[in-house]
Design a protein around this ligand. Structure first.
Ligand code: CUA
Length: 337
């Protein structure tokens, strides 16, 4: 029976260790989550080994002979064994709960002085607002990319402008929904430099699968340089009024094909030939583009559904950003194929 248990334990341990079930951790929080997984896995392997050994041993040892049709002996039970198989699982489950509770509490604790970044989710893009350089300064940076300094505790506050989205970077372990009307938070302490990918993990509409953002974990110097560069080109916290930057940060490319931006998404209508559409609508190209951004249901391209494109851009983009975006789209006509 011991040999069977050892064999079962060996096989399941190899399955647990040799297959890469989880992405390589890149945060302190993920390290703790991995600890809980291994703690639980070791317990499960031990129980599985004991149970499978008893079953296999019993089947082999107490098998009835082919011509034995008699009843087994009448047995009532065994109080000692019943106490053991109640007490041992109770202790193990309690241990798992305690370890999990400690990890959850630690993973929610951002420490005394975390870096605070506001995350805004919207069909179908992410925006990140970085804090101003000093108290009272008016140079907060907004970007479509999440850049984090390594070994710094970061507290993300999540907001949604429309429906429920979910923030998840697999290597960071932590995950949280972004829910309209309330603020949720997530603590991440990156430990490994590199490029990661943020994915929305809550089905949020036609463009859900395209709702991704780049995540970079960089040194403190590179983080400061990133913020300085964004401030330089950013025109005071708007994330830039340059149309190309607005197109990228507002997430237009997640749904629309547009050759100058290199996007080829097919959730919404392509944007490479808008002149014909404007002519068909009987308005100027610029007016057509502007209205399609701020009031997307006014004219819905044939073959597409109304109420898919968010109608919030008039509020989320500044006037300068909107002008820049319209100009970028108007200038880009006729470049596509
Ligand atoms: Cu946002 Cu799925």
């Amino acid at each position: 029976m011991v040999a069977i248990a050892a064999l079962a334990a060996l096989v399941t341990t190899l399955v647990a260790v040799l297959i890469r079930w989880l992405p390589e951790s890149a945060s302190e929080e993920m390290d703790r989550i991995e600890f809980v997984f291994w703690f639980t896995t070791v317990i499960c392997v031990a129980i599985w080994a004991i149970v499978s050994a008893v079953i296999v041993y019993a089947v082999l040892k107490f098998r009835a002979a082919p011509d034995d049709d008699t009843d087994g002996p009448p047995i009532h039970g065994h109080t000692g064994i019943e106490i053991v198989w109640t007490a041992v699982p109770a202790v193990l489950v309690t241990a798992i709960s305690i370890v999990s509770a400690i990890v959850l509490a630690k993973n929610d604790d951002a420490g005394d002085n975390p870096l605070r970044i506001a995350v805004t989710a919207q069909q179908f893009a992410w925006r990140f607002e970085y804090p101003a350089s000093a108290e009272g300064a008016d140079d907060a940076v907004t970007a479509g990319e999440l850049v984090l300094p390594v070994n710094q505790s970061v507290k993300l506050t999540l907001h949604s402008l429309d429906v429920i989205h979910s923030f998840w970077v697999p290597e960071f372990g932590q995950k949280s929904d972004a829910v309209p009307g309330i603020e949720t938070t997530l603590v991440i302490t990156p430990t490994r430099l590199g490029s990661y990918s943020l994915a929305c993990t809550e089905l949020c509409g036609l463009g859900h699968s395209t709702m991704r953002a780049a995540v970079e974990v960089v040194s403190r110097e590179d983080y400061d340089a990133f913020l300085a560069a964004e401030r330089e080109g950013g025109g005071g916290g708007g994330g830039g009024d340059d149309g190309e930057a607005v197109f990228a940060s507002a997430g237009c490319g997640a749904c629309h094909a547009f050759a100058p931006a290199g996007s080829d998404a097919e959730v919404g209508p392509g944007l490479d030939d808008l002149a014909g559409a404007a002519e068909g609508a009987g308005v100027s190209l610029e007016e057509f583009v502007r209205q399609s951004i701020v009031d997307p249901n006014a004219r819905v391209a044939e073959g597409y559904q109304p109420d898919v494109m968010p109608d919030t851009y008039e509020n989320t983009l500044s006037d300068e950003q909107l002008d820049g975006l319209v100009q970028y789209l108007v200038d880009g006509q006729g470049n596509g194929g």
